[in-house]
Design a protein. Structure first.
Lengths: 289, 539
């Protein structure tokens, strides 16, 4: 009996430890092996802290996204990071001033980043189109106005291939049609730097997400980008500064006057939302555009 | 062994990219590629500018220097008249790269009465075709590599003698004298012909500072330790041809040809055909496990003119390199001077692999599992390179350094293998400490060139940093050109950095500051020589 109990014990679920499956990795794997035909249902992963802000929980394939506000570049790099870690590629067209070291720190795997020199305006659209065919996210800042026909061609290319066109800062006025999703930082405050001492350590950022397709009701949150440990996390809202001596550069919202264009608007988009509150229901991709 | 070496004459024009750009010799000018000096005019060299220097450093040494972008098509275009002038000497002129060509001396030397007479005559003819005041040097030696170094030494001789000197523009290394001639040259000279900077670096660090020391190594040991590339370099250093004669195979009949209809008069259209043709040739050779080291580009025009030019490469020509050379050649014919331009459009283009070697390409994993990158990426890269140029697509690699711009390098995709893992792009590669490094987080915007700014204290005076690294006043206002001045809410510094003090030419002494303005934007500033620069922005 005793021996039998010992053997039974081996089969007891309580004692045998099965390593917990890495759900995130499994989901990514599933995403990658699913055929392209289902592109509309799929999203590209974003940092966890930002996932809750975006209606679909990630960047919808085939959509155009813009970042704006005081931390437009950091936000774009943060959004592009998880895709490279999952094994997909990201291309950057133009943007000679992009801080690649910051990209690495914000979670971008530089092994899977292609950097393309700024093409002359006539060569810009073909270059972006060629890259949309191959990589998951193309980071751009249009050098000139994008004609409606060119934009239609690029978005339909992105939709066919399931890639995302991500505008890094700048004005979204260059596009004939507003982006599907605008992730903008309305206000930021650095922590760690005092008058004559300290160093920049972390940044508390008010992030607002607006857009079409279920994102027309703006969502807001306070993030650490980057946090004191270098990671991107949610922060409690800055109602009462807990460390006034450390956070010296706390400032109010920065509006479009700061040269960020309509993409930085934190208020609800006035002309959007022809449909009532579809936030709960993920809008199908087919009726966009 | 010396029977294996082809006695070769090399015509070399130093700093050809500058000459091709049409810069007069007395004006300082540089041609840059990827922000580094590729070639400099004599006036610029006198001002202390050397090959490989950064653009900004060159402008510091010689403020009035004209900076020109590199255009391989322009180089080839300007060189075609020189190559076609020498067709009168021998039909076997081989262009190594724009600015350098070579041919075997065996027939012509006997015809013109010896190597010296041939070298002198070739020098005149090439200089006549290149134009007055263009430095054209000629070297004759056993092997193309030794001949190139002889031409370069002839150039140094002329430079040292000065304008009034009587140094000859050519140098003939006697038959059998190549190993002794090469022995005294530094090992870096191999960098001219083999694209193996890592190999040369290892040799240098092993104490093999001259070609003579390299040549003394037993060939079998070099093969065992450094592989096939090492053997090629070792053979060159020993004054031999890069490959033994039996390794060079007469090319099988693999010429590829294509009709161009309608005939192409513009380079763009012809280049499009050339690209497809180069890919086809490369694929056909690749299917047989071969790579091309010497290609003959032939073109026929509507009027029946027949144009041909040989291009040689010490290593094997990749599909991209092959396409580049064909495009340069077409540029030289179609957009060149009237003396070489055909009278009608090109109606047929043929590529003949004159000499092939066994390809030592990389084998892909059986399951395709080793490839990090799928075919789509490579295709897109090739397409973008086709329209914007080979240098237009880069990848990032992390480097050691202090400032945010120093710590990342953009490397052309053509120079890396996208299908292999690239540890240099992973964080944690740089383990060495860099004291004085700007601490994390890194700024997200780092302009390629820093922006000049002004930093004033509360009394409106410019803030300075003393030799003891203290500020003369607390920064209170930051003004950037074209923007309203902003108040400084918080700042830290100076963080002094004294870099490369052991190397006067690259010595930099500056102090960095982090600044947050009243709008919440954070910047990285640097003060150097009393001037303030905005190095990066934390946006």
């Amino acid at each position: 009996m005793i021996r039998l109990a010992g053997i039974e014990h081996l089969f007891d679920t309580g004692q045998v430890s099965v390593p917990a499956p890495d759900l995130a990795a499994l989901r990514l794997l599933g995403d990658r092996v699913r055929p392209l035909a289902g592109a509309g249902e799929r999203t590209l992963p974003v940092p966890e802290a930002l996932a809750g802000l975006i209606p679909q929980g990630g960047l919808q394939r085939g959509s155009t996204v813009a970042t704006g506000g005081v931390a437009a570049t950091s936000l774009a790099l943060a959004l592009a990071g998880p895709v490279t870690v999952a094994g997909s590629w990201v291309a950057v067209v133009g943007l000679p001033a992009l801080g690649l070291l910051a990209a690495s720190e914000l979670g971008v795997d530089l092994e899977r980043v292609l950097l393309v020199a700024d093409p002359e305006p006539p060569g810009w659209a073909p270059t972006v189109a060629a890259l949309l065919d191959a990589v998951e996210i193309v980071l751009v800042r249009p050098p000139a106005r994008v004609a409606p026909s060119v934009q239609r061609r690029l978005t339909s290319r992105a939709r066919d291939r399931g890639s995302v066109l991500l505008q890094v800062g700048g004005s979204t006025e260059a596009w004939a049609q507003a982006p599907d999703l605008v992730v903008s930082a309305t206000a930021g405050s650095w922590v760690g730097l005092g008058p004559g001492h300290g160093r920049l350590q972390a940044r508390r950022l008010e992030v607002a997400v607006t857009g079409r397709r279920g994102a027309d009701r703006p969502r807001q949150a306070t993030l650490w980008l980057p946090g004191p440990d270098g990671r991107i996390t949610r922060a409690e809202p800055l109602a009462a500064p807990s460390r006034p001596e450390a956070s010296v550069a706390s400032v109010g919202p920065v509006g479009p006057a700061a040269g960020v264009g309509s993409g930085a608007r934190s208020a609800p988009r006035p002309a959007a939302a022809p449909l009532p509150a579809p936030a709960l229901l993920p809008a199908p991709l087919a009726d966009a555009g | 062994m010396s029977g294996e070496v082809t006695r070769t004459l090399v015509v070399h024009s130093p700093d050809w990219p500058v000459t091709a750009a049409g810069v007069p010799a007395h004006e300082p000018a540089i041609v840059v590629r990827a922000n580094r000096v590729l070639a400099a005019s004599p006036a610029a060299r006198r001002a202390g500018i050397t090959t490989g220097l950064r653009r900004r450093e060159s402008q510091r040494r010689c403020p009035q220097v004209a900076v020109l972008e590199h255009d391989p098509g322009r180089d080839a275009r300007a060189f075609e008249p020189v190559a076609s002038a020498l067709d009168a000497v021998t039909p076997r002129v081989e262009v190594t790269r724009p600015g350098t060509l070579a041919f075997a001396t065996r027939g012509p030397a006997r015809y013109f009465g010896g190597d010296d007479a041939l070298a002198e005559r070739t020098g005149w003819m090439a200089a006549g075709a290149a134009g007055a005041h263009v430095a054209v040097r000629v070297g004759v030696a056993d092997g193309a590599f030794a001949a190139l170094l002889a031409a370069q030494r002839a150039h140094r001789g002329v430079e040292v003698a000065g304008p009034g000197g009587s140094a000859p523009a050519h140098l003939v290394v006697p038959a059998g004298g190549s190993p002794a001639f090469l022995a005294a040259h530094p090992v870096d000279a191999l960098g001219e012909v083999v694209d193996q900077p890592d190999l040369l670096d290892v040799w240098r660090r092993l104490g093999l500072r001259t070609l003579g020391l390299v040549a003394d190594l037993p060939a079998a040991d070099v093969l065992a330790r450094f592989g096939a590339d090492g053997v090629t370099a070792h053979r060159l250093a020993s004054g031999l041809d890069p490959r033994p004669l039996d390794a060079r195979r007469p090319a099988p009949d693999l010429a590829v040809t294509r009709e161009v209809d309608p005939p192409a008069e513009q380079v763009d259209r012809a280049a499009f055909v050339a690209k497809a043709l180069a890919d086809e040739l490369h694929a056909r050779l690749g299917a047989d496990g071969l790579a091309c080291t010497h290609v003959l580009v032939e073109a026929e025009t509507e009027h029946g003119e027949h144009l041909a030019r040989r291009w040689r490469h010490e290593g094997a020509l990749t599909a991209g390199a092959l396409a580049d050379r064909v495009r340069w050649q077409l540029d030289g014919w179609l957009a060149g001077s009237a003396t070489v331009r055909p009278t009608a459009g090109i109606s047929r283009l043929t590529l003949v692999p004159v000499e092939v070697v066994a390809a030592r390409g990389r084998q892909l994993g059986f399951w395709g599992g080793e490839t990090l990158v799928d075919e789509r990426i490579l295709r897109a890269v090739a397409r973008v390179q086709g329209t914007l140029g080979m240098e237009a697509v880069t990848v990032a690699e992390l480097r050691g350094g202090r400032g945010p711009a120093d710590r990342v390098a953009r490397v052309p995709v053509a120079a890396v293998d996208l299908t292999a893992p690239r540890p240099a792009a992973r964080p944690g590669t740089i383990t060495e400490p860099w004291p004085g490094r700007v601490p994390a987080p890194a700024p997200a915007t780092v302009p390629p060139e820093p922006e000049p700014v002004e930093v004033l204290d509360a009394a409106g005076r410019s803030v300075g940093v003393t030799g003891r690294a203290t500020v003369t006043g607390a920064p209170a206002r930051l003004s950037r050109p074209g923007r309203a001045p902003v108040a400084v809410a918080a700042w830290a510094g100076p963080w002094p950095v004294d870099e490369r003090w052991w190397e006067p030419a690259r010595h930099r002494r500056r102090a960095r500051f982090q600044v947050v303005d009243d709008a919440g934007a954070a910047h990285l500033l640097a003060v150097e020589g009393g001037r303030w620069w905005l190095e990066a922005t934390y946006d």
